[in-house]
Design a protein around this ligand. Structure first.
Ligand SMILES: Cc1cc2nc3c(=O)[nH]c(=O)nc-3n(C[C@H](O)[C@H](O)[C@H](O)COP(=O)(O)OP(=O)(O)OC[C@H]3O[C@@H](n4cnc5c(N)ncnc54)[C@H](O)[C@@H]3O)c2cc1C
Length: 409
């Protein structure tokens, strides 16, 4: 069976690409190894900027919203609480969210084959041939690898050949009554973020939903060598839950069940295209290297890929040169931000105690950080504004501490 585009992986990246391609009348096959609906390791926090870019994401996709967040310094000395009238984060269950995206793709005309794994891909002069684990194959003009962090397509096409830039996570999503959630995390469903707790090169999160709570801990491998006293991430998770209970963030009787381990990428691949091939989302390394947030970039890269591929098929040009437009476009869109964030992640958490203390004492800086998290401000702009604000605070501090000296200067 020959399609114009075969998309391997029906997560947010693949389904979004499938929707936009099918809407143009392109013959698309969306392929996934799992049967839908299926779960996916995730915190399930969605930045609200996503709604601007994808206005079709409505309340059917969302469990709840958080209007409040607490960030803690590594020693727990400083706790920064922020409340907003608007939503800070939307909370989703991946089983439901991803299935809704798949349904949108099908309704736009894409064909879904789930429960089939792609094991190899061969690029010839005439097609991309995707070999499945039942020894059959499907052919297309172009293949999109949207098959997540351990992407078979990226590996088999030589686009990914190492896993140096990875963030490891341990997490669990607990079912919990809305009344208990109201009691502990309020109607505003306060999210909690613990930075570099116990010298861990990452952060812990508590994401309350409608009737679930997602608790996790992350560890950024690129920053890990600078840390002392390495421990298994699951042990760190158990310690984290103990701290949360002691601080009354979660109920004392919450029982840890099956802690799940998962990984996410923290750096875009050097090259995300080749002849007849494009990789999107986690397969291309598009998660935020500081926060680990990746759904937005997955969907945005799927959309950008669909746009470039639509043009490639119109021009009957599936060459590497033509598809390089994809890399230029995503870099212009969100790549510069990821690059800056990657540099920050190399020294993950360095100076966070001081940083949270400064934010704690300056509401404007705190608001700036929240605006960046919710996507109102790009990381690069946040950096510029932060440098200006910190310089202002330093000068102000000098004047207040030593007004006479500064007046005479
Ligand atoms: C613990 C954890 C917490 C996270 N929390 C957040 C968060 O709160 N907010 C956020 O925005 N992001 C979060 N992320 C990141 C987010 O989950 C990913 O960035 C996002 O899922 C990427 O989407 P994707 O479509 O690229 O890949 P995926 O969602 O990984 O989808 C890939 C799909 O490909 C399929 N597949 C894989 N291999 C094959 C194959 N060989 N053949 C066929 N199908 C295949 C899989 O079954 C899967 O359905 C988190 C990640 C982790 C690990």
């Amino acid at each position: 069976m020959k399609y114009e585009v075969v998309i391997v992986g029906a997560g947010p990246a693949g389904s979004t690409a499938a929707k936009f391609l099918s809407e143009k009348g392109i013959k698309v096959l969306l392929l996934d190894k799992d049967k839908f609906p299926r779960g996916k390791p995730c915190g399930g926090g969605l930045p609200v900027r996503l709604f601007k870019k994808f206005p079709y994401i409505n309340d059917d996709f969302i469990e709840s919203y958080s209007q409040s967040a607490c960030a803690y310094s590594p020693t727990l000395k400083y706790k920064l609480e922020l409340q907003r009238d608007e939503h800070i984060l939307a909370m989703i269950l991946r089983e439901k969210f991803d299935y809704e995206l798949v349904k949108l793709a099908i309704n736009s005309g894409a064909k879904l084959i789930d429960g089939e794994t792609a094991v190899d891909v061969k690029i010839t002069n005439n097609s991309a041939k995707i070999l499945l684990d039942d020894n059959t194959n499907v052919e297309s003009e172009i293949v999109i690898g949207a098959d997540g962090v351990w992407s078979t397509i990226a590996k088999k096409t030589g686009l990914c050949n190492n896993y140096k830039n990875i963030c490891m996570c341990a997490f669990e999503e607990y079912k919990i009554s809305p009344e208990t959630l109201d009691r502990y995390l309020g109607k505003a469903r306060t999210c909690h973020l613990h930075f570099k707790l116990n010298q861990n090169a990452g952060y812990g999160w508590v994401f309350p939903k409608k009737e679930h709570i997602n608790i996790g801990i992350s560890e950024f491998r690129q920053a890990i060598d600078q840390q002392k006293g390495k421990k298994n991430i699951k042990e760190k998770y158990i310690e984290y839950v103990k701290i949360l209970k002691k601080d009354n963030v979660i109920p004392e009787n919450l029982k840890i069940g099956r802690i799940r381990g998962a990984a996410l990428p923290t750096r875009p691949l050097d090259k995300t295209y080749s002849e007849r091939v494009i990789v999107c989302g986690d397969a291309a390394g598009f998660s935020n290297p500081v926060s680990g947030e990746g759904i937005f970039h997955a969907m945005q890269s799927g959309k950008i890929a669909a746009d470039v591929i639509t043009k490639a098929l119109e021009k009957n040009d599936t060459s590497e040169e033509f598809l390089s437009k994809y890399q230029k476009n995503w870099y212009k869109d969100f790549g510069k931000d990821l690059k800056l964030l990657y540099r920050t992640s190399m020294i993950w958490g360095e100076g966070y105690e001081k940083f949270i203390e400064i934010i704690f004492n300056d509401k404007k800086l705190g608001e700036l950080v929240v605006d960046t998290i919710i996507g109102k401000i790009e990381a690069r702009k946040c950096r510029r504004m932060m440098i200006r604000r910190l310089a202002y605070l330093k000068i102000k501090d000098k004047f207040v501490k030593n007004p006479n000296k500064n007046q005479s200067n």
